[in-house]
Write a protein that binds this ligand. Structure first.
Ligand code: ADE
Length: 263
């Protein structure tokens, strides 16, 4: 899959695209990300990319002409992209479902906006405007990286174990169950205590069921945990969750919680 990024801060992409899952995918060639410096598409001596808004007001607006030139250059080299996405707080909300949809496109251009604004005429060439959440960032670079990361996880070969993508909490519509690893017992300072005095120590353990080797029990416990967490923290997700028969039963029991045999 190919991404072309247009930004005024190309250096912001260097480390994130070189580390971890994305770094591996890029070095294997599963992902091809080209970062273009918008200033390279200016024609003036000072390489100016923004200007004052017509009509007055605070802040600067990204000039349209360098952006059009950048898009023309990308198209001349790689043909018409499947999507030209502009990051902006005015965009439609980016979700796991959107990440999945975009992962099926062969070539995406990401245009990093600035929070003050981008000349409206640029929208002529933009196929989608995407927001990563209801908060304002200074620019579209972090949103572009968020989009590249979330989309790439769905591209075959990017994540080593494809099960982890299918089981990712938002793919299923449930939050994750709790995970533990060794050691099975852990001596820690009691929360809030100032010193490591033995008196203040406590032992944190791992739920017995996970050490039991009983895989049916473990599966059921995990389902129960995932559902009760979702019910507690993100009940809004449950409406769209793909639950199996056992999970629907667990949910009913949890929702009824404590009301049985009372009245
Ligand atoms: N640019 C500034 N804030 C943003 C946001 N929340 N999402 C996408 N682009 C942005």
């Amino acid at each position: 899959m190919k991404f072309d990024v247009v930004t005024i801060f190309p250096a912001m992409f260097e480390r994130p695209l070189a580390e971890g899952v994305l770094g591996r995918a890029v070095s294997r060639g599963t992902l091809d990300v080209t970062v273009h410096d918008l200033r390279d598409f200016t024609t003036d001596r000072h390489r100016v990319v923004d200007d004052m808004p017509y009509g007055g007001g605070p802040g600067m607006v990204l000039k349209p002409d360098p952006i059009f030139r950048a898009l023309d250059a990308i198209e001349a080299e790689h043909g018409s992209p499947a999507a030209v996405i502009m990051t902006s707080p005015q965009g439609t909300r980016f979700t796991q479902a959107e990440a999945q949809r975009l992962s099926r496109l062969p070539h995406i251009v990401l245009l990093c906006g600035r929070y003050e604004g981008v000349d409206e005429r640029v929208r002529e060439r933009v196929s989608e405007e995407v927001s990563i959440g209801d908060y304002v960032l200074s620019g579209g670079e972090l949103p572009a990286l968020v989009i590249i990361d979330a989309v790439s996880r769905h591209v075959p070969g990017v994540v080593g174990d494809e099960r982890s993508v299918a089981e990712d909490s938002f793919s299923r519509g449930l939050l994750d169950f709790p995970q533990y690893t060794r050691p099975a017992t852990l001596a820690v300072r009691r929360t809030g205590s100032a010193n490591r005095d033995v008196v203040d120590a406590e032992t944190l353990t791992v739920p017995e069921v996970l050490l039991s080797g009983n895989h049916a029990e473990i599966r059921r416990w995990r389902k129960m945990q995932a559902i009760s967490r979702t019910l507690e923290r993100r009940p809004d997700l449950l409406a769209g969750a793909a639950l199996d028969e056992e999970e629907r039963h667990i949910l009913r029991v949890l929702q009824d919680g404590g009301h049985h045999g009372r009245d």
